[in-house]
Write a protein that binds this ligand. Sequence first.
Ligand SMILES: [Zn+2]
Length: 151
Amino acid sequence: MVIRVGKEQIEQIRLHAENTYPEECCGLLLGVINDRDKLLVEVRQTENNWEEELTELWSIKTGNKRNRFSIAPNVLLKVQKEARDRNLSIIGIYHSHPDHPAIPSEFDRAIAWQQYSYIIVSVQQGRTQDIRSWTLDEAHQFQSEEIVTSR
Ligand SMILES: [Zn+2]
């Protein structure tokens, strides 16, 4: 599988990641999934809704907006409905890793859903260094997914 994206969509993700630095940004990827590829149609920025209480919920030691993100369930539902009304679906989630590589963390893996593309932006010292996409295999392990930029 590859994910096909537009130049301006990647730009939108990059800017969001840099503007949110040193905290993690996050957002939803709306598009269409075919047999062969995913087509990204729209990038929807969301708030990083990470709260201290989630640390307990997920049984993890530490967490703050510099190393965790969370999209509020009501936002997810709202965007899901909007997408459906336009014959689109949520095909993935993007977020940033401030001063860390664009590689999913164990926490990212724990909360990840099958089928979704996970685009991760590595922002070093406020500047984007790397943008990669990941998707889960059948063993619930992340495999890298090619980002094909066009348009
Ligand atoms: Zn992450």
